[in-house]
Design a protein around this ligand. Structure first.
Ligand SMILES: [Fe+2]
Length: 189
């Protein structure tokens, strides 16, 4: 099978996202493309995309569209590194390049979240995504979760495509029932 080049993948995803009114249709169409990228020679990943940080998980940008409607990152998770509980405000497709990524989901007890306080979240199911597996999410209601790698597992490397420039997201304080919009830094290769 011909290797699926990054620029071809980006062009296909831009075309799909521009024509999909429904985010669930968008992730359905992009999942097999992400799979082709994962199963290819991965030559689009350069050493600078695999930079890790001992203080927190590392986000290395591969592509951010000029119109802000698409972004692709390599995330590097050292053992014991986790996101906070967060949402995305966008659809997203995730592929696991190496290791196993754990996802712990949260559910809003009262349905749609309309304010930044008074939020009641319940812990939901846990998913463990092995190498070459795929995952996706859609907004409205947004997908709320934390992801990471327990300290009992080795480093994981994952590929994340979002339907916007993922430079901020809501971070939830589950105990207090609040959330706030926070910038999410990334490393530009
Ligand atoms: Fe996430």
């Amino acid at each position: 099978m011909k290797n699926y080049a990054l620029d071809e993948f980006i062009a296909d995803c831009r075309r799909i996202s521009a024509h999909c009114a429904e985010p669930a249709d968008c992730v359905l169409a992009i999942l097999p493309l992400m799979e082709r990228l994962l199963l290819g020679d991965r030559s689009f990943i350069r050493p600078e995309h695999l930079v890790s940080n001992s203080d927190h998980y590392s986000r290395n940008a591969i592509y951010i569209s000029p119109d802000g409607n698409l972004s692709l990152f390599v995330l590097v998770w050292l053992p014991g590194q986790w996101t906070p509980v967060h949402d995305h405000g966008s659809w997203g497709v995730v592929g696991v390049l190496q290791g196993m990524l754990e996802e712990r989901s949260f559910m809003a007890v009262d349905g749609a979240i309309l304010a930044d306080d008074g939020i009641r979240l319940r812990r939901g199911g846990v998913f463990v995504l092995p190498e070459k597996s795929l995952s996706s999410f859609v907004p409205n209601p947004d997908h709320i979760h934390m992801t990471g790698v327990p300290d009992t597992r080795p480093r994981a490397v994952t590929l994340h495509l979002y339907g916007r420039n993922m430079d901020s997201f809501h971070v939830y304080d589950v105990e207090r029932g609040t959330r706030c919009l926070m910038d999410v830094p990334h490393h530009v290769a």
